[in-house]
Design a protein around this ligand. Sequence first.
Ligand SMILES: Cc1cc2nc3c(=O)[nH]c(=O)nc-3n(C[C@H](O)[C@H](O)[C@H](O)COP(=O)(O)OP(=O)(O)OC[C@H]3O[C@@H](n4cnc5c(N)ncnc54)[C@H](O)[C@@H]3O)c2cc1C
Length: 344
Amino acid sequence: MSSLPACGLQYDVSLKARNTFGVDARAAVLARVADIGALQTLLAQKQFANLPRLILGGGSNILFTRDFDGLVLLPEFRGMAITHESGDLVHVRAGAGESWDALVRWSLAQGLCGLENLALIPGHVGAAPIQNIGAYGIEFAEVCAAVEIHDVAIGTTRWLSREQCGFGYRHSIFKMPEAANWIVTAVDILLTRQAQLRLDYAGLREQLQAQNIDTPTAADVADAVTQLRLRKLPNPALIGNAGSFFKNPIVMNTVAKQLQLKHPTLPTWPTPDGLSKLSAAWLIESCGFKGLRDGDAGVSSQHALVLVNHGAASGAQLWALAQRIQASVRQHYDVLLLPEPMVI
Ligand SMILES: Cc1cc2nc3c(=O)[nH]c(=O)nc-3n(C[C@H](O)[C@H](O)[C@H](O)COP(=O)(O)OP(=O)(O)OC[C@H]3O[C@@H](n4cnc5c(N)ncnc54)[C@H](O)[C@@H]3O)c2cc1C
């Protein structure tokens, strides 16, 4: 068995620059793996095979509340290519280690449509299926044809169809116990040459109008989404955050109706499976947390759903604030807010 190149491994390493909260947690071992062969070589070594494992992409959906006393794996699988076309449909394959936004831009440059509403979401391609990323009216599930996984427990690599991925709102099979040993290595997505633009999401048409664009192309939509996101969301390069910290809670319609009777301004939306989604941002703001600061842990004054690190907050401090928010929303509305990022 060949040994890993020295640059692939680091010991007792800070993860501060590897999570967008900028939390100063440490990993016992960090390994960059460029392909499945390198991954297998690494895990064939006993001292690594038995360590607790964490897969890390861009670190934009994770909160470290402590050091990780195990092996942090960085899949750096590369490549973006059109694999085949039939009629208007174009299959694109991308490696898990590619930047998601780079894939969006690359696909637009190839004249392909379908990813424009998902522009500027931070992170890597391999993480897109994990929480079924979504924005501006589109979810990853809608463009996903298949996801390639490597099962490190049995050493096999296989493709899962979209149906097998069990996608839901910020959910997929990859969050379930059966996926504990899986690493997403690549995704296959299905795009089109003819644009079928989705412009109904709040603010998108207005943004295009403000840019004097009457008949937008997919690239125009991506630019408009980019402008909106830059304006509405705090930039992790300037202030640590992981985007929305809580999912919009999904409740029975009767519960949503009762809440709306008491609180007519609470936004709710129907879900495809006949339930109601509540605005977590509204619930948090109405409990008085928007813009609140507790030491260096805070809630963004731009967006009530976004927890921010003003500088030196620890993950434990951010998590304590998140729990305060959860308790307050529970107390006022009897609704449970669930975190969107993975909390370590
Ligand atoms: C400013 C900002 C805005 C955001 N906006 C949105 C948004 O609009 N919509 C949205 O859905 N999300 C949004 N997010 C969240 C985040 O960008 C996405 O969830 C993104 O897909 C995370 O990618 P990542 O590579 O950073 O994942 P990481 O944070 O590194 O990992 C997230 C989870 O995925 C797992 N994982 C990562 N890679 C793999 C892999 N190859 N195989 C198996 N498991 C893996 C990790 O173990 C972890 O559980 C935002 C975040 C920020 C900071």
